[in-house]
Design a protein around this ligand. Structure first.
Ligand code: HEM
Length: 313
């Protein structure tokens, strides 16, 4: 082959490998023929998980983000490796309730003889996440399906944003996933649910961060003296709404990476807009979740339909 042609071919291969947009095969009705009741089964299973534990919905949403952000939406975050070298090992704060919600939904899907071993764990995570959001009061968006499960999960493949990141770092991280600043701000609204360990924001309290409202600072000092966590949106911690943005306007964002979205003038306008328009936040969140769900998806060529979400087949 001519050297220029070789170079062009190499570039095409490389772009195909690193592209986060390998989403051609995803579609909403992917399982319509093989598992027509899929969405209803996952809906009902997630409903039961949410009744059992208030941590189920936030933990599931965070699980989806971490899975997609680490090595693509391939459920590799759920693999337990006998050597301990897996994405979990890196990400020690991922909560058990998220895993249990997915394992229960997978068991419910596989108990239907039509669906047994036909639906990927990655797709169950995506559907269970939508249910967690919508059953908490958030948008009920359409989920694209057809992801295959990865076979590998490695500690060192995990790159996640840091709670102390500034706007430039957050934008740089999300752009590697093919996501814009607006997508990033909408997705950060996922912090309308759940909690964070004090260790992630303790450096901000005690008057150390001028962007924090002093009464919120005092409140957090009291909270962390009693327990090791605080709610990311302490107005409505189990309701999916736009209070996350309204809190930021009042200096009541918990993580540095939350409050910086308001402190930095380049992102403040979007925060103000979502704080005033919950409907637009919901539709932008749905769009951004759909884009996040396309990151480095696997196909039959490089993935499988895992029987047990915790182990490769
Ligand atoms: C923008 C960059 C982000 C940073 C720096 C960040 C960081 C964190 C940290 C430090 C926690 C606390 C973990 C713990 O204490 O266990 C957390 C919790 C959480 N994150 Fe994020 N996160 C980011 C983006 C996202 C996105 C995009 C989503 C989903 C769309 C998300 C969903 C959640 C949820 C739901 C929780 C609560 C989990 C629970 O209560 O179990 N986060 N995040």
């Amino acid at each position: 082959m001519h050297s220029m042609a070789k170079l062009a071919a190499a570039v095409v291969v490389q772009v195909a490998v690193i592209s986060p947009f390998a989403a051609a095969q995803l579609r909403a009705d992917y399982y319509a023929g093989v598992c027509p009741s899929l969405e209803a089964i996952v809906r009902s299973s997630v409903k039961q998980s949410m009744v059992k534990s208030p941590i189920s919905a936030p933990a599931t949403l965070r699980l989806f983000f971490h899975d997609c952000a680490a090595t693509g939406c391939d459920a590799s975050v759920m693999i337990i490796s006998s050597t301990g070298d897996d994405e979990n090992a890196n990400d020690y704060t991922l909560k058990l309730e998220g895993f249990q919600t997915i394992l229960d939904a997978k068991a419910a899907v596989d108990s239907d003889p039509q669906c047994r071993y036909k639906v990927s764990c990655a797709d169950i995570i995506a559907l269970a996440t939508r249910e967690s959001v919508s059953q908490s009061g958030g948008p009920n968006y359409t989920v694209e399906l057809g992801r295959y499960d990865g076979r590998k999960s490695m500690d060192r493949s995990v790159r996640l944003p840091h709670p102390g990141d500034n706007l430039d770092n957050l934008n740089a991280f999300f752009s590697t996933l093919g996501l814009s600043q607006t997508d990033m701000i909408a997705l950060s609204g996922g912090h309308t649910l759940g909690a964070a360990d004090c260790g992630f924001f303790k450096y901000r309290i005690g008057g150390n961060d001028q962007s924090m409202n002093p009464s919120f600072d005092a409140q957090l000092q009291g909270t962390c003296a009693k327990q090791n966590f605080a709610f990311l949106d302490d107005v409505t911690p189990i309701g999916f709404d736009n209070f996350y943005y309204r809190n930021l306007q009042n200096g009541r964002g918990l993580l540095g990476s939350d409050q910086v979205l308001y402190t930095d003038e380049r992102s403040r306008g979007t925060v103000d807009f979502y704080a005033a328009n919950q409907g637009t936040f919901f539709s932008d969140f749905a769009v951004a979740m759909t884009k996040l769900g396309r990151v480095r998806v696997k196909t039959a060529a490089d993935g499988e339909i895992r029987r047990d979400c915790r182990y490769p087949n």
